[in-house]
Design a protein around this ligand. Structure first.
Ligand SMILES: N[C@@H](CCC(=O)N[C@@H](CS)C(=O)NCC(=O)O)C(=O)O
Length: 215
């Protein structure tokens, strides 16, 4: 199986974390692509032009990071499933969407900001910014309970969203509101910060794929 994605130092890719937890990393090959490069190959696999994509051994693609996570989990040889089936399931899935929604809003805000500032769609950017802040605040609210559940897809997606925000911070970069130039998601979110730091020790969180740069 081939995972087509954009490896970024410092970014926790949810699909890689699930692959590691499932013990199936050896079954994967990796290909780097950048979805916004004009010569990206991604469109031939995914009608939406997004990474990540998984090309199965029969040539069929799976796209949508969350679908790839479920697929990897279904192949687990470690006995680990990151999808709880008991009462932890719905909080886990809610937190999955919090993390993935944070990632999506961060990328959408970032991409809008690539346009010339004179033609920024400020209403749209404010909406994405609001989603990011709301997701972070909701995570902070729920964070005191994170440690009591077994490690799950919600934790993985939230770690992914937060690590992306560590890498690219469009709130700080575009400074739409007073104070944004110093924006730090950790400020006033002590429970979330503590939890995020604590899970970094997990081997699956540290797993990285090093690929040569595209030429
Ligand atoms: N939540 C989605 C996020 C995918 C996503 O937005 N990937 C970005 C990474 S930059 C992308 O490929 N964007 C290209 C585009 O929006 O056209 C998933 O996990 O599949």
């Amino acid at each position: 199986m081939k995972l087509i994605f954009t490896p970024n130092t410092g970014y926790i890719h949810k699909v890689l974390v699930v692959a590691y937890e499932a013990g199936i990393v050896e079954r994967l090959t990796f290909e780097r692509t950048r979805p916004f490069d004009p010569n990206t190959t991604i469109w031939s696999f995914n009608p939406f032009g997004k990474v990540p994509v998984l090309e199965l051994d029969n040539g069929e693609p799976l796209f949508g990071g969350l679908v790839i996570c479920e697929y990897f989990n279904s192949l687990s040889v470690t006995g680990v499933s990151v999808y709880p089936t008991d009462e932890a399931r719905w909080p886990a899935l809610r937190q999955m969407m919090l993390g993935d929604g944070l990632f999506d809003a961060t990328t959408l805000l970032r991409v809008e900001g690539w346009r010339d500032k004179a033609v920024w769609n400020l209403d749209y950017m404010q909406r994405e910014r609001r989603k990011m802040i709301n997701a972070l605040d909701r995570m902070e609210l729920e964070a005191p309970q994170f440690a009591s559940a077994p490690f799950h897809i919600g934790h993985i997606c939230m770690a992914g969203g937060l690590s992306y925000l560590g890498l690219r911070n469009p709130i700080r970069e575009y400074a739409l509101e007073p104070g944004d130039a110093d924006f730090d998601w950790r400020a006033n979110r002590p429970h979330l910060s503590k939890w995020f730091d604590a899970i970094q020790t997990r081997p699956s969180m540290q797993f990285k794929v090093e690929l040569p740069e595209e030429r």
